[in-house]
Design a protein around this ligand. Structure first.
Ligand code: SF4
Length: 331
């Protein structure tokens, strides 16, 4: 059998648990400091009103479903009287998933806190939410997506406390190491803050997963090269590579409609993703090589809807050129 050309998360989890492990995406009614005014109000220019949780079905999406807790996301912060409703919703989301046909497809699941900034609340409320997700022995992993500026020592201690029960990792949005682009996309934190967050996670032996985006406005292949070098200078355990896609009702959506942003082609994405893979640390687990563009909100590029084109296209390219993860990695 041919050797895998990069370290897929699925394969890694299968080897670890002896069987496949599937993800349950959770909307835990968080908000984001880049939306509620603490850091900014507009959010990152590509981020939709669901806070990067577009592929949750409306019925599962707590902050945006008709059954939602009647809070604007920005008002949920530190609102302890609602935490019971929120934890109850988290448990319902987990149970609904496990009791559906999806629950029969595996025995191991990842509770994935996805929407908005999933470390942005009081410690007490964070604990209540994470505990709520661990209601079933089939939950084998706790994955928490957040921003680097929302990681501190106490949050690390809390997250580390789950390591004796389940596998734990924290996903940090980086998107790019270029702080000029960071400002342009209204990210609201610097690459230095990413470094500090990774150091803290390292201190508590918590696995960290970096997110990067290919095709941000104004970025070239040189930016990608610098971002890869930057990531390689950190002790991280996982990487998600996304293409930049345009969602309606976002700043990037307006830029696209007015001709001020041109999405990348599939060919460019595949070439660039293969650069990332061949230059990234060969030990890193690749969590994703494509984004989950929501069909109903996607403006462009259309190819983003075809995950198989991306996955198969990348496999084909790597095979044709005989490329492997980390083959050009330099410490
Ligand atoms: S940090 Fe995440 S949730 Fe917040 S605005 Fe940016 S993409 Fe959206």
């Amino acid at each position: 059998m041919e050797k895998e050309r990069y370290n897929h998360l699925n394969k890694y989890l299968k080897e670890k648990f002896g069987e496949r492990t599937l993800k349950i995406c959770i909307d835990a009614n968080f908000t984001c400091p880049n939306r509620d005014g603490k850091v900014g109000t507009g959010g990152c220019i590509f981020c939709s009103e669901k806070g990067s949780g577009e592929h949750l079905k409306p019925s599962e999406c707590l902050t945006h479903s008709s059954k939602s807790i009647s809070l604007e996301p920005s008002k949920s912060f530190n609102c302890s009287k609602n935490i019971k409703l929120i934890t109850s919703s988290i448990q319902t989301q987990i149970r609904n998933h496990l009791n559906s046909y999806r629950g029969e497809r595996a025995n191991n699941f990842i509770a994935y806190f996805q929407n908005y900034t999933n470390t942005y609340d009081s410690l007490e409320n964070l604990k209540a939410r994470y505990d709520a997700a661990l209601i079933d022995d089939r939950i084998a992993c706790l994955a928490i997506a957040t921003r680097p500026d929302c990681i501190d020592e106490d949050i690390c201690k809390l997250i580390a406390s789950y390591k004796n029960k389940v596998d734990v990792w924290v996903e940090l949005g980086l998107q790019t190491a270029n702080d000029e682009t960071g400002k342009y996309i209204n990210r609201g934190y610097s690459s230095k803050e990413f470094t500090e967050a990774v150091k803290l996670l390292n201190k508590y032996d918590i696995e960290s997963v970096a997110h990067i985006i290919v095709g941000l406005p104004g970025e070239t292949i040189e930016d990608i090269k610098n971002t890869v070098t930057f990531i390689n200078s950190h002790n991280i355990q996982g990487l998600k590579i996304h293409s930049c896609y345009v969602i309606d009702n976002t700043v990037l959506g307006e830029m696209y409609k007015s001709g001020n942003y041109t999405p990348i082609t599939l060919e460019y994405y595949l070439e660039t993703a293969s650069y990332v893979l061949t230059h990234i640390n060969p030990q890193i687990i690749i969590h994703k090589v494509s984004g989950d563009a929501p069909k109903d909100l996607l403006l462009a590029p259309e190819w983003n809807l075809h995950k198989k084109w991306i996955m198969n296209g990348l496999d084909k390219l790597l095979k044709e050129k005989n490329l492997y993860q980390g083959m050009y990695y330099k410490k």
